[in-house]
Write a protein that binds this ligand. Structure first.
Ligand code: SAM
Length: 224
């Protein structure tokens, strides 16, 4: 499918799929959205020393970078295990043109950006000391086969229900919440009523939060 690079309102870039008319991130600001939904309303709410993160949709790698940026800002000796799933990897030229390494302070981001995109699929790579990264090239519905450890934090970052409705229905949410620890947090940019109801039916405590720029609300769900 044909994709093109677009610049969003905060100056960071995103990918746009022409046929589906779907962006990888909010056109109101890709970086701001990632920071708000996954870091400020996700990672920052956890206090554990060792954190297992599961992301649905590796895509451009922006969520990995905002996570590493936060990891580097903490002065504790955290250990992160970041697992991400992607069926349709982006192309090398797209990685280059998105230039996400330039969004972060520190020369090391250039190497980190390269590493997360060029490291082997399905194998764990130590991107930085104590930051372990595994990207799986498979379908989200193969999650059960991956043998993941119990997950503390889920970044639910699938394309919207308009283009991929099956990714916002109970079977996938069940598979995902089954991987989570009690007390684990799922965060997503969506605020759909049907998603809130499904998560509640699956034993999650659901909370609506203020959304990122351009979006009134988003969802946090904690496994009870
Ligand atoms: C909203 S984008 C993810 C954005 C990503 N987190 C980022 O920061 O770039 C959704 C991602 O899910 C991937 N995807 C779509 N359907 C999938 C499926 N059935 N299994 C695995 N990945 C899928 C897409 O290729 C895309 O990269």
């Amino acid at each position: 499918m044909k994709r093109e690079i677009k610049t969003t309102s905060d100056g960071s870039k995103t990918l746009f799929i022409n046929d589906l008319e779907e962006n990888y991130h909010s056109h109101h600001g890709a970086l701001q959205e990632a920071q708000h939904v996954f870091i400020d309303n996700g990672l920052k709410l956890l206090n554990d020393y060792e954190i297992n993160i599961l992301e649905l949709g590796f895509g451009t790698g922006l969520n990995v970078l905002v996570t590493i940026d936060e990891f580097l800002k903490t002065d504790k000796n955290h250990v992160f295990h970041y697992f991400t799933i992607e069926k349709y990897p982006v192309q090398d030229n797209e990685v280059k043109d998105l230039a996400y390494d330039s969004l972060f302070e520190g020369a090391q981001f250039s190497e980190i950006y390269q590493k997360i995109h060029t490291c082997e699929w399905n194998i764990t790579t130590e991107i930085l000391p104590r930051f372990y990264f595994t990207k799986y090239q498979c379908d989200f519905f193969e999650l059960e086969k991956l043998n993941l450890p119990a997950i503390d934090l889920v970044y639910y970052d699938c394309f919207g229900a308009r283009v991929q409705p099956d990714l916002w229905e109970k079977p996938l949410f069940k598979m995902v919440t089954d991987t989570m620890k009690k007390g684990g947090l799922l965060t997503t940019y969506s605020s759909k009523g049907s998603v809130r109801r499904i998560l509640q039916e699956l034993g999650m405590h659901v909370e609506k939060k203020a959304g990122p720029p351009g979006k009134r609300e988003m969802i946090n769900a904690v496994k009870e």
